[in-house]
Design a protein around this ligand. Structure first.
Ligand code: BGC
Length: 368
């Protein structure tokens, strides 16, 4: 009975997954949900879920979705948030291991800094799924589940290219970049995805990076903090735009950095409002999109990712083939980690109702 309920739950999770564009698109997939196999060991067991911080809306949603889905599938859950402090995250993971976790799901604060905890997991034979962010330089990581991070960047870059009609417009247009945390392996993928689309226009002079800051290291935002992004934006605005130079685009890798840039613009810039990109569709940023203060975001449905990871947990614990659709992209320095990439979705003021409200992600009231 329990098995049938679990099978039904996982089947419906799979339907949600497919509808949300997270369906398997390649190799090494199973056609059946794990719990429908006869091994019968999928239900039960303890899953440690380690999240980076409660400061950013998305991780609260990720954690809540993971906890609810795992519990519904019959697992005990140990969910911890590490206040963006690496040592706290290491201790929390070690506690999860000591208290008997069978699988660990980890969204790392810093991809390369979990060494001791991962060694302990490996010794105890506990499989580790890297959640959203790849865990670097360790062979203890078994699988990786995320969104297609490079594609997030290409969606942002393509938006800029299409909106400015870069192939036809005379230009030149002025642009600045703000990328993410260098300790987060995703950040480089986002930046490169966007930059690769825009590179030819920067090289031809149609896009002019007025500050001259265009390498990842120059435009990175340690901790992804809005305050950090705001400070750098203020410095750039006062150094390069105070004379009335117009800014056409500020390409931001995500919503927390976009918020910082938006705050800096509000107080320090009076020219034509630029195109601003983002990622996550956080509530504040979605409100800003509706108000015309942010041009677009990239929606990564955390329900979809959670459902996929719960499915992978079941597959691991039941010894079935684990769903992956990418076995080449994510090299963590020690191994290429078999990955499942969900599909990110373009969002703006025109389609937010359909993708965010109609899908039940937010209520209309939350966006008022
Ligand atoms: C996530 C983004 C998020 C950023 C800051 C990245 O690893 O993929 O969705 O905006 O971290 O928390």
């Amino acid at each position: 009975m329990k098995k049938r309920i679990l099978a039904a739950l996982l089947s419906s999770a799979m339907v949600v997954t497919l509808l949300a564009g997270c369906g398997a698109t390649g190799a090494e997939t199973t056609s059946e949900p794990a719990a429908a196999t006869e091994s019968g060991s999928a239900a039960g067991g303890k899953v440690g879920v380690s999240m980076p911080t409660k400061d950013l809306q998305r991780w609260n949603q990720d954690g809540a979705n993971m906890e609810a889905d795992l519990k519904a599938a019959g697992y005990e859950v140990d969910l911890q948030y590490a206040s963006n402090d690496v040592q706290t995250q290491v201790s929390q993971i070690e506690n999860m291991i000591s208290s008997g976790a069978n699988v660990l799901v980890i969204a790392a604060i810093e991809g390369s800094s979990l060494g001791e905890a991962l060694d302990m997991a490996k010794e105890a034979n506990i499989p580790v799924i890297a959640y959203d962010r790849l865990i670097m330089n360790s062979d203890a990581v078994s699988y990786y589940a995320t969104f297609d991070n490079y594609k997030v960047g290409t969606v942002q870059g393509t938006y800029v290219k299409d909106t400015l009609d870069l192939d036809n417009a005379a230009g030149p247009f002025n642009i600045e970049f703000t990328a993410g945390d260098p300790g987060d392996n995703n950040a480089g993928f986002f930046f490169n995805g966007a930059y690769d689309v825009l590179k030819e226009y920067i090289e031809s002079g149609k896009l002019n990076v007025v500050s001259g800051q265009k390498t990842f290291d120059e435009v990175a935002t340690p901790t992804w903090g809005s305050d950090v992004a705001q400070k750098r934006a203020e410095d750039i605005l006062s150094s390069y735009y105070a004379d009335g130079t117009e800014l056409d685009v500020w390409l931001c890798s995500n919503d927390s950095t976009a918020l910082g840039v938006e705050t800096a613009l509000a107080a320090n810039y009076t020219g034509k409002y630029p195109i601003i990109t983002g990622q996550d569709c956080d509530i504040e940023n979605t409100k800003n999109m509706i108000a015309g203060k942010q041009s677009m975001s990239v929606f990564k449905d955390t329900r979809t990712l959670a459902a996929q990871v719960v499915k992978m947990v079941g597959q691991i614990l039941s010894g079935s083939t684990v769903d992956v659709n990418d076995t080449t992209t994510y090299d963590n320095g020690v191994k290429v980690v078999p990955s499942f990439l969900c599909d990110p979705v373009f969002a703006d003021a025109n389609n937010y109702k359909e993708i965010l409200i109609d899908s039940g992600y937010y209520t209309e009231d939350q966006l008022k």
